[in-house]
Write a protein that binds this ligand. Structure first.
Ligand code: WTA
Length: 658
C-alpha cells in the first residue's frame, strides 16, 4: 500500500487553452452531471442508456444489485452491439463516411466506409453461422491490427458469440491456455502478422496451440490472408476468410441479446500464476464506450480519431473496435510499431491522415522523446501536426516531463493532454480530465468521470483525507464494469470486492492519493504483484511459474524495477538446480531463460535482467523477502533490517548484474 503523505504533491492546475463547444461545456456542466448521478445514480445511467444506445427491446429494470457484486444492468433490455456500431450509422446517413483508415506496416493505406464495413461484418457473421458457431459460443481472435480483425470482433458480436481476442505477441502456450479456459469453438487468425518489417507466423502458432490438446471444441480456424506466406493447412478445419466471405450474403440478421449477454472475455494478469478472463456485458459496456468517446474525446463528426493500441488489449476493444464505431467516427488504425521505419512514424501518420484526436501510451511517448532528442528528422516539430486538437494517454502513469513534452511538442500548446486512468475490468475511462472542462496537472488523472464514485480508502475500507495515500476503490457499481471472471466467480468476488474492505467496494488494485487542495487523483502504482511493462500488465507469478517450469531452475522470484522508458522493467532472481553460474556461463543461461519465457508467455514477458544466487533470500518461515529483492533490483544499498532473513549472505550474490 502506498503511504505517501503530502500536503500538496501536485503543482497548481494550469488552465488549458480554451477549446470550443465541447460535449461537456465546462466545469459547471461537469458538476451538474456529477450532481445528477449523485442524486439518482440509476436514473442517471438509465437516461444515458436510452440516449446513447439503440435498443431492440427497451429495458424496464435499471440495476439489479440483489446478488452483489454480480451486478446486472438494463437486464431485460435487448440489443445487438454490431447493430449499434454499424446499422445504426447507416440509418443516420453515414453509409459513405470512412469508418477506418488502415495504414499497413509498409505504409499502404486502405479505407473502408461504414457501408462496406457493414457488408464485410455481415458476410463474416453469416460465414461463422454457416460453420456452426451460434449464440453463446466463444471465438478466439488471434489477429494482427487490421480491418479484418475489427470485422471479426463485430461479426462475433453480431451473432452473439462472445469473442476473446489474444494479443499477437503471446506465445502458443499462452494462446493454448486461453483457448482451453474460454472453451473456444473457433479461432480467427491470419497467415502472418507484419510489424516493424518483421513477420510472425500467427497461423503456425495457432496450429501449435491446438496441437497441445484440450481444445477439442475448436472445429474451425478462419484465416485472413495477410502476406500470402506458406502456412500449414488442415482441410477439414481451416478456411480462408476471403473464401468464406465470398460465399455469403452481405446482410445478416443480428442476434438480439439481453443487455447482460457476454460481449467478450479478455484475459489479463492478476496476482496469481493464471491469467483471468475478464467478462464484459453487451449493454453496459457498449454504453460507456460510446459515452466516453463523447465526453472524454469530445468526438465530433469531422474528427479523425487515432488510438494506437492493439485489439489484443482492452484499449483496442473500447477505443478502436466499439467506441469509435458506436459513435460513427472516422478512425485510423495502424499495423506497425512507432519506430519503424523510423521514430517519426506517429508524427508522419498524424500529418498524413490529419488526425485530430490522438491516444497513445506513455511508454511510446518516452521512447519517441529519446529518439527525437537524438535526431531532428524524427522530432514532432519536423511535421505538420496542426490537425491535432486533443491528446490522450493510457495504460500507466505518465511522468510530468513526458507529459509536458507531449503537450508542447505534439500538442503545440493548444491541445489538452488527457491522462485517462482505467483498467481492463472497468471497460472504459474512470478518472480523466475532460477537454474544455478540467484544468490540467501533469501526471494527474484529475477527477472521476460523472457517475463514477471513486474514493481512496485505508486497509479497512475507510476513506482517507485528501493528501493521504491509500487504495483506490469505486463505491458504486457502474454499467461497464467487469461482470465476472470467466469460469471463476469466486475469484472475481474475493479479488475485486475483498472482505477486508467490507465486501462492498470495488478494489482497483492501484494505490492513489488526492491532492489536498484540488482533490485531484494521482495513481501511485499497483498494490498487488502486477507489473506494468510498457503499459502491458504482467503478473510476477506468471513469469515466476514460467521460469520455474524450466528444467534447470530450482526457484525464481520476479520483481519490477522503475525504468525510464518502459515504466517498469522485469528483474528475475533465479536459483538453479546446479551450481550458480558465473561469467559467460551466466550470460548464456540468462539468454536461454529469456528465450524460454518468450516461448512460455510471449516476448513481452522476457526479463530485462536476470540475477543468479545460491538460494532465495527468505524469512525463517520460508517467505521470499520481496522488499529486499526490489531494493537489490534497483541497485540500492541494503539499509533495511535483514535480521529476519534466514540466509542474508545470498543478497550480495544477487546484487551483481551480468
Ligand atoms: C495502470 C489499461 C496510471 C493501472 C486501460 C491500472 C494507469 C492498469 C493509467 C490497468 C493512468 C492505466 N495512470 N496508471 N492513466 N491507466 N494504468 O488493465 O495500474 O491493461 O490498474 O488497462 O494500468 O491496465 P489494463
Amino acid at each position: 500500500m502506498s503511504t505517501i503523505d503530502s500536503a500538496s504533491l501536485q503543482p497548481a492546475p494550469r488552465q488549458i487553452p480554451a477549446i470550443e463547444h465541447t460535449a461537456i461545456s465546462g466545469m459547471d456542466a461537469y458538476r451538474a452531471l456529477v450532481a445528477e448521478a449523485e442524486t439518482d445514480h440509476q436514473a442517471f445511467w438509465a437516461r444515458l442508456a436510452r440516449e446513447h444506445l439503440q435498443w431492440r427491446r427497451p429495458f424496464t429494470k435499471i440495476l439489479d444489485d440483489s446478488n452483489a457484486p454480480f451486478y446486472k444492468w438494463f437486464e431485460d433490455g435487448e440489443l445487438n452491439a454490431s447493430y449499434n456500431c454499424l446499422d445504426r450509422n447507416l440509418a443516420k446517413g453515414l453509409a459513405d463516411k470512412t469508418a477506418i483508415v488502415f495504414e499497413a506496416d509498409d505504409g499502404t493505406v486502405t479505407r473502408i466506409t461504414y457501408q462496406a464495413l457493414y457488408h464485410r461484418v455481415c458476410r463474416l457473421a453469416n460465414a461463422l453461422r454457416a460453420r456452426g458457431v451460434t449464440r453463446g459460443d466463444r471465438v478466439v481472435i488471434y489477429m494482427p491490427m487490421s480491418i479484418e480483425g475489427i470485422a471479426a470482433m463485430l461479426a462475433c458480436a453480431r451473432i452473439g458469440a462472445p469473442h476473446s481476442v489474444v494479443f499477437g505477441g503471446f506465445s502458443a502456450k499462452s494462446l493454448h491456455e486461453r483457448l482451453v479456459n474460454v472453451g473456444a469453438v473457433a479461432v480467427m487468425t491470419a497467415d502472418e502478422q507484419v510489424r516493424g518489417g518483421k513477420t510472425l507466423p500467427l497461423k503456425a502458432i495457432v496450429d501449435e496451440a491446438l496441437a497441445m490438446g484440450g481444445t477439442v471444441a475448436v472445429k474451425t480456424v478462419v484465416v485472413y490472408r495477410r502476406t500470402g506466406g506458406r502456412i500449414p493447412w488442415i482441410t477439414q478445419r481451416d478456411a480462408w476468410l476471403h473464401e468464406l466471405e465470398h460465399a455469403q450474403s452481405d446482410t445478416c440478421e443480428p442476434e438480439w441479446v439481453g443487455a447482460e449477454h457476454p460481449l467478450f472475455v479478455l484475459y489479463t494478469s492478476g496476482s496469481t500464476g493464471a491469467p483471468k478472463g475478464v467478462q464484459h456485458s453487451t449493454g453496459g459496456y457498449l454504453l460507456w464506450a460510446a459515452v466516453t468517446m463523447k465526453w472524454t474525446f469530445d468526438i465530433k463528426p469531422d474528427d479523425v480519431f487515432w488510438c494506437t493500441a492493439d485489439i489484443g488489449w482492452i484499449t483496442g476493444h473500447t477505443y478502436i473496435c466499439y467506441g469509435p464505431t458506436a459513435v460513427g467516427a472516422t478512425q485510423v488504425i495502424f499495423e506497425g510499431v512507432p519506430t519503424y521505419p523510423d521514430a517519426g512514424r506517429f508524427w508522419q501518420m498524424i500529418e498524413r491522415h490529419k488526425v485530430s484526436i490522438f491516444y497513445t501510451a506513455p511508454t511510446a511517448i518516452r521512447s519517441l522523446i529519446k529518439a527525437a532528442d537524438a535526431n531532428e528528422a524524427v522530432h514532432p516539430r519536423s511535421f505538420d501536426l496542426s490537425s491535432l486538437r486533443i491528446l490522450g494517454t493510457v495504460g500507466e502513469p505518465i511522468n510530468p516531463s513526458a507529459w509536458t513534452w507531449y503537450a508542447q511538442h505534439v500538442g503545440g500548446g493548444r491541445c489538452p493532454v488527457l491522462d485517462t486512468f482505467w483498467q481492463t475490468e472497468t471497460g472504459g475511462h474512470m478518472i480523466s480530465p475532460l477537454p474544455g472542462v478540467t484544468p490540467l496537472v501533469p501526471g494527474s488523472c484529475t477527477l472521476p468521470m460523472p457517475g463514477i464514485d471513486a474514493a481512496i480508502v485505508d486497509e479497512t475500507g475507510h476513506e482517507v483525507p485528501n493528501g493521504h495515500g491509500g487504495v483506490l476503490v469505486i463505491r458504486k457499481p457502474w454499467p461497464s464494469m467487469i461482470r465476472t471472471i470467466w469460469g471463476n466467480p469466486e475469484r472475481f468476488r474475493h479479488g475485486y470486492y475483498p472482505d477486508d474492505l467490507g465486501g462492498k467496494l470495488y478494489l482497483a488494485g492501484d494505490g492513489a492519493i488526492r491532492d489536498r487542495d484540488t482533490g485531484y487523483f494521482t495513481i501511485t502504482g499497483r498494490i498487488d504483484d502486477v507489473l506494468n511493462v510498457s503499459g502491458h500488465r504482467l503478473g510476477t507469478m506468471e513469469i515466476e511459474s514460467a521460469l520455474s517450469a524450466h528444467p534447470s531452475v530450482a526457484e525464481a522470484a520476479v520483481v519490477g524495477r522503475p525504468d525510464e522508458t518502459c515504466g517498469e522493467a522485469i528483474v528475475a532472481f533465479v536459483v538453479l538446480k546446479t551450481a550458480r553460474p558465473s561469467g559467460p556461463d551466466a550470460k548464456r543461461v540468462a539468454d536461454e531463460l529469456r528465450a524460454w519465457v518468450g516461448k512460455e508467455i510471449g516476448p513481452i514477458a522476457k526479463p530485462k535482467d536476470i540475477r543468479f544466487g545460491d538460494a532465495m533470500p527468505k524469512t525463517r518461515s520460508g517467505k521470499v523477502v520481496r522488499r529486499l529483492l526490489r531494493s537489490v533490483a534497483k541497485g540500492e544499498a541494503i539499509t533495511q533490517d535483514t535480521s529476519s532473513v534466514e540466509n542474508p549472505t545470498v543478497i550480495s550474490q544477487f546484487a551483481h548484474g551480468l
